[in-house]
Design a protein around this ligand. Structure first.
Ligand SMILES: *[C@@H]1O[C@H](CO)[C@@H](O)[C@H](O)[C@H]1NC(C)=O
Ligand SMILES: *[C@@H]1O[C@H](CO)[C@@H](O)[C@H](O)[C@H]1NC(C)=O
Ligand SMILES: *[C@@H]1O[C@H](CO)[C@@H](O)[C@H](O)[C@H]1NC(C)=O
Ligand SMILES: *[C@@H]1O[C@H](CO)[C@@H](O)[C@H](O)[C@H]1NC(C)=O
Length: 417
């Protein structure tokens, strides 16, 4: 009976998938902004693009003329404002460029029987319309994927002027074969668009879904699901989990679902749940990095209290009695991973630590003398606008004497409020 329940539960958890701890929301406003940047990028890219030679053959009154257009380069391109919109099902984008005009230049060569000829040409391509639909997806390892699902390109008209050679002979026939040239250009547009989408996809494919933050932590950011597109925004859920680079282990807690506030006036919002902070905390804790050995040389010389039995003996008389005038050390370590909980305008941090004090005998031997448990809760307020953490305040600090070899004594701290 228990087995079937477990199976159902694990099946359920498979179906539900994991909750994202980081969510990125791109609004329509952000998409429209991104479009400007993309249009500039396309415009720049067009000027550096190299075209393959176009070869063909046209029939004119005298017979078939083989032609080659070579060294085609774009001299001018007026890229009108493209339109981009979200598509919900399947999730993706539809991009339309209308009325694009391009001026290109290049060289021509013709081959007619034994006669070879050549020169230059100027071409204007008018009313180019391109509509491309891309679909967003998620690869098994959490990479974002983009693929072209449809592309349609129309070229309105072309105008060609040939210079040099015997161009004056065939310029009058341009009207007859420019349709062929237009078709040649038209049929190359979509493969060109698809090639660019594919190279973008290859770029995404080699991108790391995990980044090393420092020598201890790496942040895993694979997609938890395919991007979800609503009427006017896209939500991308990312795992957002910190791991210890040397010994990655899963923490004993899971990311809980959270909802991003609807902010259509923002271009991009990034939300993070406590899970991300807690996974970082757990990664440090499980790597035993949350510990510190304090000795007297770390305490400023001007401090009235020193880490020795004479100084602390004022509070713990038996300590001074048993170990007269000896240095001490304190090992402070986290008892469990510090726990973060994010409230709408504050971050609450709870730290449970242990402080173990030892006396250092003149021969170097360390004798444990007492242990104090420390529980402290910090609250860091955040300014919603700047999202900068303000000064953390200790709202609660509790010390309890867990064990002592030097008699009981009071452990209290002045209240900081
Ligand atoms: C991905 O990570 C590996 C190792 O962590 C690194 O060598 C590589 O350069 C990274 N690739 C990119 C594109 O950042
Ligand atoms: C105190 O600790 C520091 C750093 O761990 C160490 O360099 C120093 O020698 C220690 N001092 C004593 C008196 O043990
Ligand atoms: C202990 O600290 C006191 C100051 O609080 C200092 O006067 C004394 O010399 C220190 N003793 C040792 C052994 O460091
Ligand atoms: C902070 O968290 C602790 C433990 O989770 C809780 O007892 C306390 O009320 C919280 N404080 C605030 C200000 O939210």
């Amino acid at each position: 009976m228990l087995l079937s329940v477990t199976v159902v539960l694990s099946l359920l958890s498979c179906v539900c998938g994991e909750n994202p701890a980081v969510q990125v929301v791109l609004t329509n406003k952000g998409l429209q902004y991104g479009k400007h940047a993309a249009a500039d990028w396309i415009q720049e890219r067009l000027s550096t693009i190299t075209f393959p030679d176009i070869t063909g053959s046209v029939h004119i009154v005298f017979g078939d003329v083989d032609y080659t257009l070579t060294g085609i380069t774009i001299v001018k391109c007026d890229l009108p404002e493209p339109s981009v919109e979200f598509l919900q099902n399947p999730p993706g984008f539809k991009t339309t460029i209308s009325d694009l005009s391009i001026a290109i230049t290049g060289g021509w060569r013709t081959h007619f029987g034994l006669i070879n000829d050549g020169g230059t040409f100027d071409m204007a391509i008018f009313n180019v319309d391109v509509t491309s639909v891309v679909q967003l997806g998620k690869e098994a390892d959490g990479h974002l994927s983009v693929s072209s699902i449809s592309c349609d390109a129309q070229v309105g008209d072309v105008d060609i002027e040939f210079h040099g050679g015997a161009s004056f002979i065939f310029q009058p026939f341009v009207e007859h074969f420019k349709g062929r040239i237009r078709d040649e250009i038209q049929k190359r547009l979509c493969p060109g668009v698809e090639e660019n989408i594919e190279s973008f996809e290859n770029l995404l494919h080699v991108m790391n879904v995990s980044v090393d933050v420092n020598e201890v932590l790496s942040l895993a950011l694979p997609l938890t699901d395919i991007p979800i597109i609503g009427a006017s925004s896209m939500n991308v859920g990312l795992k957002g989990e910190f791991y210890n680079i040397k010994a990655p282990v899963e923490p004993p807690f899971e990311a809980q679902p959270f909802t991003m506030p609807d902010k259509p006036s923002y271009m991009l919002s990034v939300g993070m749940s406590d899970f991300t902070l807690n996974s970082a905390s757990y990664a440090y804790f499980s790597a035993k990095l949350l510990q510190l050995l304090i000795n007297d040389s770390m305490i400023p010389a001007i401090s009235p209290v020193h880490l020795n039995t004479t100084s602390l003996g004022k509070f713990i008389p038996k300590l001074a009695e048993m170990y007269p005038d000896m240095l001490m050390s304190v090992l402070v370590y986290a008892q469990e991973a510090p726990k973060f909980s994010i409230q709408p305008d504050a971050v609450n941090v709870t730290i449970k630590a242990v402080a173990k004090a030892s006396v250092i005998l003149p021969n170097g031997t360390q004798i444990p003398v007492f242990t104090i448990n420390v529980v402290s809760t910090f609250v860091c307020w955040t300014f919603a606008v700047l999202t900068i953490l303000s000064l953390g305040l200790i709202s609660n600090l509790t010390l309890t004497l867990a064990s002592s070899e030097v008699g009981t004594f009071k452990v209290n701290v002045p209240k900081i409020k």
